[in-house]
Design a protein around this ligand. Structure first.
Ligand code: SF4
Ligand code: SF4
Length: 367
């Protein structure tokens, strides 16, 4: 029987007050997490303020042997003036420790893999392992299966791979979580799971899909089923959850106190839930971006199609509003800026009635 996976406290979406991470709440959450027997914290150089907040809330209060910390090396901030060594040392300083229990190449994909090679980052992290400054080496990956296969073949020294896995992305054509997982297991590595609840999206799903799980009569939440679904996969050692309230910490630590693989009936119910979610026809946008250049309102049309599809599949959801807000921060026009000129629909190879779809999306997102 495989060992039960542990819960990891993801420090990416921490609660903020006036733009700053609220270290009082973080300290309370960390105390509850540790009190209930969990130890794995996950931060990264690029999670703004997270490393320093962890130092204040945990490192400066709690003995080093009571917790483990994972940190990550980003390729996209490396340059001729900022070597892997500079970034690693800066992370050690920010966190206030002299070694990392887990250290990962952050987001290895088709673009970043050559950058890690260019700056000889793999040789550097292997040296840190030899010097005891990294206890366990891994990488997180959002690339495609052939790239994952290549990196695992070239770097047999890694012990674990962090992958985006949840019961919906398992069958998603972009994420291809099932193939990614199979590749890692074929190389005999353990798996750390990120986004087990798909950034919170799977906690709140359409009532028709939720009903498939409610029919089991256990009263358990969709989020707890989603966590147990990934926990039922062999070789999964840690499941990260980006918690930001004490309530989430309470619920997740309770789920993990006695995490059991799903029963056959529960697996069937999860499948039925997924089928229900996928039964809704979505907009067949291929993200080719032919429609973007000529849009006078500068709307990121494929981005909006993606958000609208999430609304169709999961229901009106805070996650969709969050994504919409982020699009605008990135400079995209608002849906209400559309002047219905029709330029976009005229060039769309999928013949999508874009202005009509944008109007429907706006009814949800601009209310
Ligand atoms: S119809 Fe709207 S979305 Fe399409 S090109 Fe014109 S302004 Fe942009
Ligand atoms: S042209 Fe059509 S398929 Fe291509 S990105 Fe725009 S909406 Fe999507």
């Amino acid at each position: 029987m495989q060992e039960s996976p542990g819960l990891g406290f993801g420090l990416m979406r921490l609660a903020r007050k006036d733009g700053k991470i609220n270290t009082d709440i973080l300290a309370k959450m960390a105390d509850l997490f540790l009190e209930r027997g969990f130890t794995y914290f996950d931060t990264a150089y690029v999670y703004e303020g997270s490393e320093e907040a962890f130092r204040k809330a945990v490192v400066e209060r709690i003995p080093r042997d009571r917790y483990t910390i994972a940190d990550k090396l980003p390729a996209w901030v490396m340059s001729d003036d900022r070597s892997p060594e500079d970034l690693f040392n800066e992370s050690l300083r920010r966190v206030g420790v002299d070694y990392f229990d887990y250290y990962l190449m952050h987001n290895v994909n088709e673009d970043s893999a050559p950058v890690f090679d260019k700056y000889d980052a793999w040789s550097f992290v292997n040296r840190m392992v030899a010097e005891g400054k990294i206890k366990h080496l891994g990488f997180s990956c959002h690339g495609k299966p052939p790239l994952l296969e290549k990196v695992l073949t070239e770097h047999p020294e890694v012990e674990f791979v962090q992958l985006q896995i949840n019961f919906m992305d398992w069958v998603d054509d972009n994420v291809r979580a099932n193939e990614m997982y199979a590749t890692v297991r074929r190389h005999g590595k353990s798996v750390t799971v990120m986004e087990p609840i798909k950034g919170g999206t799977l906690a709140l799903i359409r009532p028709e899909a939720k009903a498939k799980l409610e029919a089991l009569g256990t009263g358990a939440s969709v989020a707890s089923y989603a966590l147990r679904w990934v926990g039922s996969l062999e070789g999964v050692k840690t499941i990260l959850s980006g918690m930001n309230t004490l309530e989430q910490m309470d619920e997740n630590t309770k789920t993990f106190a006695d995490i059991r693989p799903l029963t056959e009936a529960e697996q069937e119910a999860m499948k039925a839930c997924r089928e229900e979610l996928l039964a809704v026809p979505t907009v067949p946008c291929t993200a080719c971006r032919y429609c973007c250049e000529g849009c006078p309102a500068k709307i990121n049309i494929p981005g909006m199609m993606k958000i609208y599809n999430a609304l169709l599949v999961y229901g009106d959801h805070p996650g969709a509003h969050f994504m919409y807000g982020r699009e605008q921060q990135d400079g995209s026009g608002k849906l209400t800026d559309c002047i219905k000129c029709g330029q976009c629909a005229g060039v769309c190879p999928q013949h999508i009635a874009i202005p009509d779809i944008l109007e429907k999306a706006s009814a949800f997102l601009d209310k």
